[in-house]
Design a binder for this molecule. Structure first.
Ligand code: ZN
Ligand code: ZN
Length: 433
């Protein structure tokens, strides 16, 4: 159903509610073309308007071709004691599945190949739809899914993990980087550029035309104060109370009384998973019948022993500091949204954004294991197999990412509004649907 226009008015600017702080701000048309409009209060990037965009689909098609080439050709080869072996990207996932870790294999394939490929295909189909007169079937559905896929694409993390693996492997064997290594790196870079060029609000405007503006909406006030809610995906401001956006049919992200409980539940689950993640080995090296299991911390200590401080620091940061720091940061944000005193909101928003951005980089160690397991399958001479620590660790990363996505930073702004108004006794449900 398209949005009705009963209360559209002749306002020259475009009113948008910030999805991170809920402030309604006005974007003046002549400022739109090619420039990012930032929320004046929390500096969240709201909209980058472009009349046409031929570069983004071109990047997406090139990235898809590079991904296909990366899957067809070998990635890395090594030679050790006269034995040569080449590994493809698919081998990394295959070997995980072969060693009783099908779930870990699914996580690797989904995050580096399947989800990014679906995303790039969707970008191509949507732009084809925009270029043709008739809208292609399913293009609106794809546009709804596009931003949801984005956080789960980790090709760039895999590319960095490959570099970390090289440092690890170089002491054990003679390494050769093959064609798929370069095509995969190119694919990861182009995917990143494609993602940074996509702006869902601008995309929905190109798909469905300009946004309708409720006549009662005013810039400079929070949407919740005006009885309105802004769709986080297409930007449409509308009356509170609807489950789904009147314009794009996405589920409206309204403040929900159980948001914090859900975030806490996800955090506790992540903490529980971090126990087996650190207690069980992440990989087991078997050489001439002797098995040597290594935990995450054991791996870091081994790098320190070998004098590889930079790699030890990367693995320590990605596998220990980031996951635990993220759990503490999200827990703090939950507490901040109930604090009864005024807070430095710039600091809170910085913490929220760092937490959101940094989470997926924890997957580096899991990808390093996938690459090393994919390479070292030399029978009795040297075989490296994945341990259950890796599976538990991916669960930690996934649950902390879900907690960060579930957390609604507008809850902290709501609480600060109550603090500023001296209305701390106002019911918590105020502003919730
Ligand atoms: Zn904002
Ligand atoms: Zn919408």
């Amino acid at each position: 159903m398209s949005a009705s226009r009963p209360d559209s008015n002749d306002r020259p600017g475009l009113l948008l509610a910030c999805p991170e702080c809920d402030l309604v701000s006005e974007i003046v048309p002549h400022q739109q073309e090619g420039r990012w409009h930032l929320c004046p209060r929390c500096h969240h990037a709201l909209l980058r308007q472009a009349r046409s965009d031929q570069l983004t689909p071109a990047l997406a098609v090139t990235a898809l071709i590079l991904l296909l080439l990366s899957l067809l050709f070998p990635y890395i080869a090594f030679e050790r004691g006269g034995i040569e072996r080449a590994m493809t990207v698919a081998d990394a996932a295959n070997e995980l599945a072969m060693h009783h870790h099908p779930l870990l294999s699914v996580v690797v394939v989904a995050t580096i190949v399947v989800i990014p490929a679906l995303y790039l295909l969707a970008v191509c189909i949507i732009h084809l739809s925009l270029a043709s007169q008739a809208r292609l079937p399913g293009s609106l559905w794809l546009a709804r899914w596009l931003p949801r896929l984005q956080p789960w694409m980790m090709a760039d993390v895999f590319a960095i993990a490959a570099l970390v693996s090289l440092v690890k492997i170089i002491a054990m064997a003679h390494i050769q980087l093959l064609s798929a290594f370069w095509t995969f790196t190119g694919y990861a870079v182009l995917l990143l550029v494609t993602v940074t060029r996509m702006n869902t609000i601008a995309l929905w405007q190109r798909l469905l035309g300009p946004l309708d503006q409720p006549a009662r909406a005013r810039a400079g006030l929070m949407a919740v104060e005006q009885g309105l809610v802004g769709c986080s995906w297409c930007g449409q401001l509308q009356q509170r109370g609807h489950q789904h956006c009147l314009r794009c049919r996405s589920r409206l992200r309204q403040r929900h009384p159980f948001t914090l409980q859900r975030v806490w539940a996800l955090l506790v689950t992540a903490m529980l998973c971090s126990l087996p993640a650190h207690l069980y080995p992440i990989m087991v090296t078997t050489s001439l019948g002797q098995s040597d299991p290594a935990t995450i911390i054991g791996g870091v200590l081994l790098f320190i022993d070998h004098g590889d401080w930079p790699i030890a620091l990367i693995i320590f940061a990605a596998s220990v500091l980031i996951p635990f720091g993220k759990i503490i940061a999200i827990a703090w944000l939950c507490i901040a949204s109930r604090r009864r005193r005024s807070l430095d909101m710039a600091g809170q928003m910085r913490l929220y954004r760092i937490t959101e951005w940094v989470g997926r980089w924890s997957m580096i160690d899991v990808f390093v294991v996938a690459i090393i397991v994919g390479l070292f399958q030399l029978g009795n001479i040297l075989t490296i197999t994945p341990g259950y620590g890796g599976l538990a660790f991916s669960a930690v990363v996934i649950f902390t990412m879900l907690a960060a996505h579930q957390f609604d930073p507008r809850l902290i702004w709501d609480q600060q509004r109550r603090v500023a108004a001296g209305r701390l006794d106002a019911p918590l449900a105020e502003g919730y649907r």
